[in-house]
Design a protein around this ligand. Structure first.
Ligand code: UDP
Ligand code: MG
Length: 139
């Protein structure tokens, strides 16, 4: 995968609250092209694998429960400087620390239920995109 791509998930809380349209509008208006997208639900094994880096953290059990409790929107996004620019667009992990106008400031409820995922590096964007998509589902 080219390094001008990142991977995102609109997490179960965002989907439950009906925020898919508003968040995708903000992503598009910020110059990202959607190159892959689907509504899906992570299994327990999916979530444990995706977030394996956090498995020793005290919040890991709650994180797996949260990420598996309902559907998510998974997507690969393309833009110059995609990883960094998307992290700027979503804001800090804790919405109380997120900048005004960021997706997490607007739509996240807490540091745990924070509406959206964004890859933190080009390498992880490639790994995370490939976790959810392959071949002809990527445009
Ligand atoms: N998380 C949590 N409590 C914390 C830190 C993180 O519940 O103290 C959750 C939250 O959903 C976060 C995810 O674990 O988005 C992954 O954490 P990370 O530190 O990678 O934050 P992110 O990269 O999503 O900003
Ligand atoms: Mg992270």
């Amino acid at each position: 995968m080219a390094t001008n791509r990142t991977f995102t998930m609109l997490k179960p809380d965002a989907v439950e609250k009906g925020h898919i349209g508003a968040i995708l509008e903000k992503i598009s208006a910020s110059g990202f092209r959607i190159v892959a997208m689907k509504l899906t639900q992570m299994t327990r094994t999916d979530a444990e694998t995706f977030y394996a880096i956090h498995k020793e953290r005290p919040f890991f059990g709650d994180l797996v429960e949260y990420m598996t409790r309902g559907p998510i929107v998974a997507a690969i996004l393309e833009k110059d400087n995609a990883v960094e620019d998307f992290r700027t667009l979503i804001g800090a992990t804790n919405p109380e620390e997120a900048a005004e106008g960021t997706i997490r400031k607007l739509y996240a409820a807490s540091i745990g239920e924070n509406a959206v995922h964004g890859s933190d590096s080009d390498d992880n964007a490639a790994i995370e995109g490939a976790f959810h998509f392959s071949g002809r589902d990527i445009f």
